[in-house]
Design a protein around this ligand. Structure first.
Ligand code: HMG
Ligand code: MG
Length: 290
């Protein structure tokens, strides 16, 4: 079964105007009724880095998980974040933003590949003790906008190491939207059959115009886990690149419909959540078309 990870965290993190905690809670509660596999709902990061998500601890306490199978994922940039997230029983997954780009790691979490790999291992050990699962994002998986070395072989090599320490879920990520069907297909093909124990996902920051071909490249290479955002907003504000948005949920659903693949979502609840967007996100944001 295909898994959809709805990702309001990525949509909200770059918005300067603070979205009130109550609005975040109401919106995420609406998303919890839709039937997504997981909601990447917030992050435990430095409030200086991402002021928008400084209320994640209050948000999680306001969520209604009484009638949902959807699991919660929080992004944590270090062991400290993992220790905070660990104290919330409501959270199932810790998401760690690893990367094969030293430049991005420096910008995003003031780290480098070696340090970040060691931190991954520490977080993985903690997650085992606390009964949570770790999702490792491998940013710059489909190309590199900073001029750092990139190739599917590098993606393979770091996946091999992550596999060796016991990572079970990896989301290959296109933080700045430089991927194309060739590079997306090449990177997935480099790892997906080599590590059958790992669940691979696609975290695509992609323009609406080329999202279908990028989804297809990931899907045809065997990926069955996709991160989406209903209004397609978002990106990493630390990347020093233009935020081009996230894969729109509707565009993924369209692709699935055309390929007769069941998504299992409650479409009425989906439309209710969409209707709440205008009350949640500040007005004047440029929402990607289509
Ligand atoms: P640093 O300045 O090197 O860290 O930042 P530090 O250890 O010196 O701490 C600085 C301050 O942050 C201290 O507070 C710490 O206590 C605090 P002060 O003493 O100055 O008051 N701090 C924290 N507070 C809350 N939670 C924490 C935490 N850690 C330290 N976990 C640091 C390093 C990693 C903290 C910082 O760079 C950071 O928070 N970065 C996160 C950036 C971020 O959230 N980026 C977006 C999410 S990742 C993403 O979008 C990519 C993804 O979508 C995939 C893709 O698209 O490719 C997942
Ligand atoms: Mg992202």
């Amino acid at each position: 079964m295909l898994k959809i990870i709805e990702t309001p965290r990525d949509a909200m993190q770059g918005i300067k105007e603070f979205i009130p905690t109550k609005k975040k809670i109401a919106y995420i509660n609406a998303l919890l009724k839709v039937g997504f596999d997981t909601i990447d709902f917030g992050s435990f990061v430095s409030p200086k880095a991402i002021p928008q998500l400084r209320d994640t601890a209050q948000v999680v306490e306001g969520l209604d998980l009484s009638d949902t199978k959807t699991k919660l994922l929080a992004i944590i940039p270090n062991l400290k974040g993992a220790q905070i997230a660990e104290s919330f029983d409501q959270i199932n997954y810790l998401g760690y933003p690893f990367s094969i780009s030293n430049t991005f790691l420096q910008l995003n979490i003031n780290s480098d590949i070696g340090k970040s790999f060691d931190e991954t291992e520490k977080i993985l050990n903690l997650s085992h003790k606390s009964g949570k699962e770790l999702v490792v994002y491998v940013s710059m998986a489909f190309g590199n906008p900073y001029g750092d070395l990139w190739s599917p072989e590098i993606v393979y090599e770091w996946t091999r190491r992550l596999h060796q320490i016991g990572v079970k879920i990896i989301a290959l990520s296109d933080t700045t939207g430089v991927g194309n069907p060739d590079t997306i297909g090449d990177s997935f093909r480099a790892v997906i059959n080599e590590f059958p124990e790992i669940e691979f996902g696609a975290h695509l920051h992609t323009h609406p115009e080329n999202c279908t071909e990028n989804i297809k490249a990931a899907f045809d290479s065997g990926c069955r886990r996709f991160d989406t955002v209903i209004n397609g907003l978002g990106g990493c504000p630390m990347s020093k690149q233009k935020m081009i948005g996230n894969l729109k949920t509707r565009n993924l659903l369209q692709f699935l419909k055309e390929h007769n693949i069941d998504h299992g979502l409650n479409l009425r609840a989906f439309h209710n959540a969409r209707a709440l967007e205008a009350f949640t996100f500040p007005s004047g944001l440029s929402i990607p078309k289509s």
